[in-house]
Design a protein around this ligand. Structure first.
Ligand SMILES: C[S@@+](CC[C@H](N)C(=O)[O-])C[C@H]1O[C@@H](n2cnc3c(N)ncnc32)[C@H](O)[C@@H]1O
Length: 224
């Protein structure tokens, strides 16, 4: 995406809502930890939920507004996109929401083990070509990271419009020790309550595409 004018200034003006983390090192695994102190970061000890690949932040903003007693941490690797999200959060003064600009590959460097209560993967890039499959956010490389940073009873929620990516993700979760706790091949007709629409979800569902949904965890049980 073309870099927008004045992006650095816009980022600076987002204050605490926009946090840039270094994700330039070639090998994401060999790093010294620089853990975020969540109490300091959010100003409270409430639980923290994570969205990866938040885009322009519609989902994260609504999730934070609906749940003032949880902290929402939303990650996006593209600063051009993320700045719009952080500006909205700043303008609406959403105190329980922070955005970080960082590739998911690097999250273990910044997020402590067993510290995240839920993870949302909304319309992650499907990377349809097999040779790029290790960029999919449900590739085993990423699931290993999630296993570390998620609490043991945490759920991962995934939504996508892409059936091939959905099937791939189901296999990947299953092959990596996750149980599928809930699933829908047409979320909007499923009766599952409390759905928050993302930007991509609005676009695809308005074109008549079904939304695939799953909820998964390392626990067989349905709910916490
Ligand atoms: C297709 S968009 C979906 C945006 C939003 N979640 C939605 O549903 O409207 C996927 C987003 O994930 C981001 N992304 C892809 N790979 C990522 C990674 N490894 N780490 C962080 N963000 C990533 C992309 O930059 C893009 O903004």
């Amino acid at each position: 995406m073309r870099r927008k004018k004045n992006i650095d200034l816009r980022i600076e003006n987002c204050g605490k809502w926009f946090n840039s983390f270094d994700s330039e090192q070639k090998d994401a695994r060999i790093v010294e930890k620089e853990l975020i102190d969540f109490k300091d970061f959010f100003g409270n000890s409430n639980e923290v939920v994570l969205e990866i690949g938040c885009g322009k932040g519609k989902f994260a903003i609504e999730l934070a507004k609906r749940n003032p007693n949880i902290n929402v941490l939303a990650v996006e690797k593209c600063d051009n996109v993320l700045v719009a999200a952080a500006e909205k959060a700043r303008d609406e003064k959403i105190e329980n929401l922070r955005f970080i600009c960082c590739g998911a590959e690097y999250l273990q460097r910044y997020i402590d083990d067993n510290s995240i209560s839920a993870l949302y993967l909304n319309f992650s890039c499907p990377y349809p070509k097999k040779r790029y499959s290790n960029n999919r956010l449900t590739h085993s490389k990423f699931l290993e990271i999630y296993k570390k940073i998620l609490k043991k009873d945490a759920f991962i929620y995934q939504k996508t419009d892409n059936l091939h990516f959905f099937e791939y993700s189901l296999m990947s979760f299953s092959n990596n020790g996750f149980y599928i706790n809930d699933i829908s091949l047409d979320l909007h007709k499923s009766g599952i309550k409390g759905n928050i629409m993302t930007e991509y979800e609005e676009k695809f569902s308005s074109q008549g595409f079904p939304i695939y949904y799953l909820k998964t965890s390392l626990n067989k049980t349905e709910d916490k």
